[in-house]
Design a protein around this ligand. Structure first.
Ligand code: G4P
Length: 530
């Protein structure tokens, strides 16, 4: 059996985030190419083709030609065992996208050099920042016209409130892109569009103090500019501080071009050195050391409908400590029962494989006969812990969903409740209204499609949906009167959650201010719970 410590030490588990089109898929693909996990570019995800990383599980995915669920890929590179958690693009955006970040130990943020920070990066960054996990930035598409790199650094620092440390610095961009200057190794990596495939780029060692050589490599004008910019970085930029990197306060920044395979390998090398193997995880009763020989894991995602006939599901869990062994019984902490995790699977590049063993840092998917909920902990006695809950995220879209067939009241209710329990949607009720009309909240519109599909195929129920204009939700923390009598703007609605808490949904931030100004003593609290 493989050595536990060694196996865990070589694990690196990270998520890739970006706004659609910044180059996340291309970068992932190049990582896999370097790891030898795939042989040809274009095989990770052809958007318009029938090749999806994980997708054949769900009919809806096939119909829409998208990958509904975030996928996980594992590959080997230079002795490391790397798990990449993909976060889907904006059309596919859902609560799963956020939850996936809970399973990662670090994050790679891909930014389009011409665009800088875009809305989806902004959304995902908030979740990452709340966990203080290391964040690495890859500024992509330097082969095209790009924004000034100092501007990009400035934007990251002011918008995200983190420090940046450029590991390399671009020498021009677009048509005149010459490559990057590696600040640590003091060498220049020259760019050529003809460079493709997996061959290694040879760096030209060139201390920028050696002006004669530098002029020869990139020309006098660009050499002048580079020297000036590097001076500025060394003088006025942040110092490199590994502790700050590891606590998510300083983001190492890399420039490159994923499409041209430029800057990927240096990125991987530095990234793997700077990131750590899985770290201790918090539980309600203390910490769990990843090297603890007892297995522990938490469920961060449940994918339903693998097999329509059986209404089966797959629970994805992140292993936090020890070694998982197929066939062994483990404790389902919430249910207090020993269970066998059946059909454990892992993604190796694009193939799904049965796993015999897996280690802290790995993600496995197991068959779920309906016993798991998001946030459940599984562990190997005598270890008995409960990992801290997965946060709930504020819905940004709401709709009234109403049953249309009164003969199917029970199925409607059961379906809505079960799907909400799984964490695929959030449900609310209008006060004094029955179960035949529910307010559904989601973070991504795709969740509505999934709901419709599942209600139809698993519960045999159709319904009507009316989208609401609301995009904000708050708990009523303190109310100066009966909530019924609050003075609210026309479109603000009061709703109740499954636990009976009162909340308000608003058609914009202005309506929140309006409510606060017109109801003295009213206190509202954020919906996101960490
Ligand atoms: P995403 O997963 O973040 O959505 O982005 P993806 O990798 O799919 O890349 C979006 C587009 O940007 C693709 O072009 C891709 O080829 C291109 N791209 C990625 N990296 C670079 C780069 O370094 N330089 C340049 N110039 N382009 C890059 P597309 O035309 O939308 O798709 P495709 O036909 O190439 O697949």
């Amino acid at each position: 059996m493989a050595d536990l410590r060694n196996e865990i030490n070589r694990r690196r588990t990270f998520a890739i985030i970006s706004h659609p089109d910044a180059g996340k898929t291309t970068l992932t693909e190049k990582f896999l190419l370097y790891g030898g996990a795939i042989q040809t570019a274009g095989s990770v995800k052809g958007k318009q083709t029938d090749k999806h990383a994980v997708s054949d599980w769900m009919e809806l995915e096939k119909q829409r030609g998208i990958s509904v669920t975030s996928s996980v890929m594992q590959f080997e590179y230079e002795g490391y065992c790397i798990n990449i958690l993909d976060t889907p693009g904006h059309q596919d955006f859902s609560e799963d996208t956020y939850r996936t970040l809970m399973a990662a130990d670090s994050v790679v943020m891909v930014i389009d050099a011409a665009k800088g920070i875009e809305p989806q990066t902004r959304k995902l960054f908030k979740v990452v920042a709340a966990r203080n996990i290391p964040i690495f930035t890859f500024i992509n598409k330097l082969d095209r016209e790009a924004r000034d790199p100092f501007d990009l650094m400035d934007e990251l620092e002011t918008e995200f409130g983190i420090g940046t440390y450029p590991m390399n610095w671009p020498i021009s961009c677009g048509q005149t892109f010459k490559g990057v200057y590696d600040r640590e190794k003091k060498c220049i990596l020259t760019f050529s569009t003809s460079h493709g495939g997996r061959e290694r780029l040879s760096a030209i060692e060139c201390d920028i103090a050696d002006r004669e050589k530098l002029d020869g490599v990139i020309g006098t004008d660009l050499a002048d500019e580079l020297c000036e910019q590097v001076d500025l970085l060394d003088g006025a930029g942040n110092d490199f501080d590994m502790d700050a990197v590891r606590s998510g306060k300083l983001s190492p920044v890399f420039f490159g071009s994923a499409l041209n395979n430029f800057g990927i390998e240096p990125f991987l090398e530095s990234f793997l050195k700077m990131t750590t193997s899985p770290l201790v995880r918090q539980t309600i009763s203390g910490e769990v050391d990843p090297f603890d020989e007892h297995f522990s894991a938490f469920v961060f995602k449940i994918q339903a409908n693998m097999n329509k006939a059986h209404r089966d599901r797959i629970a994805f869990m992140r292993i936090c400590s020890g070694r998982f062994q197929r066939g062994k019984e483990y404790l389902h902490v919430r249910q207090g029962k020993m269970i066998k995790l059946s059909q454990p699977q892992q993604m190796m590049a694009q193939e799904r494989e049965m796993v015999e063993e897996a280690y802290a840092g790995d993600i496995i998917g197991v068959f779920d006969p309906g016993i798991f909920s998001i946030g459940d902990t599984i562990c190997e006695p005598p270890l008995k812990v409960q990992f801290k809950g997965i946060p709930t995220f504020a819905p940004e879209h709401f709709a009234v969903i109403e049953q249309i067939d009164s003969m199917k009241r029970k199925q409607f209710q059961k379906g809505m409740e079960q799907i909400a329990e799984e964490g695929a949607i959030q449900i609310f009720f209008l006060p004094d209204s029955g179960m035949e009309r529910v307010i559904v909240g989601v973070v991504g519109m795709l969740q509505f499609d999934v709901l419709k599909f599942r209600m139809q195929s698993e519960y045999g129920v159709g319904y009507s949906r009316m989208d609401l204009p609301h995009d904000q939700i708050r708990y009523i923390e303190k109310c100066p009167c009966d909530p019924k009598n609050l003075t609210l703007s026309g479109d603000t609605r009061r709703v109740v959650d499954v636990r009976g808490n009162s909340l308000l949904i608003f058609p914009g931030s202005w309506a929140i201010n309006w409510a606060l100004e017109n109801n003295q003593g009213l206190e509202l609290s954020e919906f996101n719970r960490w």
